[in-house]
Design a protein around this ligand. Structure first.
Ligand code: DGL
Length: 286
């Protein structure tokens, strides 16, 4: 297998990273992608940096063993916990992480008040402290961890009544303080876009970093000579996405259908002694 024909590896705690996968596929249609959802451990948000780092390192090992030519972490929480150690462990592998998009929000705010919705572990990490420190001087940054929202989105209720209650509790006080820009600092939250828009109204800017992440992946692939062949002479125009979950494949399949409109086959993998293994024998594990 040539380097360029190898897949991109992507992982999140669950379905959140699908909001970035959507942007990746729009930007890089010829690429094969392995999307790994660690639904045995979702949500990552309340777990803390050490535990999420351990999960992320094991998932990265697995994706690399599957041939990943680049790893993208479409998860702010896993990036907060593991981006730096993974880059140290794999200095030759391009790794793209995420951080809450405080920079563009701070550049565009007119009221000088920005709201960030992200998980507790993301707020705890150095990455977040450093973006606020570097880019939000003179801007008021309000934060909310939206407890319970990831669980609602995982359950297929991204725009249901409970999600709305959680988002109203987060956003209304921010609006009361003059916030004019909301950073979607967790990749699950773009799936609640309609509810968020409805609460904040048309004048508030919502910042989703997914397209910027996809452009960054594109430029790293180009720099490394790793981009899949496309266009004239290519064997095929569209890459294939392989979905894997450490949770329930049927539920994941249903979410992929609802969130991306795609009928996917979802493979099940298992955690055994801190490492990931493909499911060998279905009966053995039931
Ligand atoms: N989607 C993830 C993020 O961007 C993780 C959410 C969670 O599992 O708590 O932070």
């Amino acid at each position: 297998m040539t380097a360029s024909s190898r897949p991109i590896g992507a992982f999140d705690s669950g379905v959140g990273g699908l909001s970035v996968l959507r942007a990746l596929r729009a930007q890089l249609p010829a690429e094969d992608i392995i999307y790994f959802a660690d639904q045995a451990h979702v949500p990552y948000g309340p777990r803390g940096l050490d535990e999420v780092r351990r999960f992320s390192e094991a998932i990265a090992r697995y994706l690399i063993a599957q041939g990943a030519k680049l790893i993208v972490i479409p998860c702010n929480t896993a990036s907060a916990a593991a981006l730096k150690p993974l880059r140290q462990q794999y200095p030759d592998l391009p790794i793209v992480g995420m951080e809450p998009a405080v920079k563009p929000a701070a550049e565009h705010t007119e009221s000088g008040v920005v709201g960030v919705l992200a998980t507790p572990t993301t707020f705890e990490g150095e990455l977040y402290a450093s973006v606020v420190e570097r880019f939000a001087q003179g801007v008021t940054v309000l934060q909310d961890a939206c407890p319970g929202l990831v669980e609602e989105i995982e359950a297929g209720r991204a725009n249901g009544p409970q999600a709305r209650r959680i988002l109203e509790a987060a956003l209304q006080p921010m609006l009361g303080s003059g916030m004019d820009t909301v950073v979607l600092g967790c990749t699950h939250y773009p799936f609640a876009f309609d509810t968020i828009r409805d609460i904040v109204g048309p004048a508030v800017r919502l910042v989703d970093p997914a397209p910027a992440v996809a452009r960054r992946v594109e430029s790293l692939l180009a720099e490394g000579g790793l981009a899949a062949a496309s266009g004239v002479g290519a064997t095929r125009e569209r890459g294939v996405t392989r979905y894997m979950t450490s949770g329930d494949p049927a539920a994941m399949q249903q979410r992929v259908h609802e969130l991306l409109g795609e009928d996917a086959v979802v493979e099940r993998v298992d955690w055994l002694a801190g490492e990931i293994h493909p499911q060998m024998n279905t009966d053995k594990h039931r």
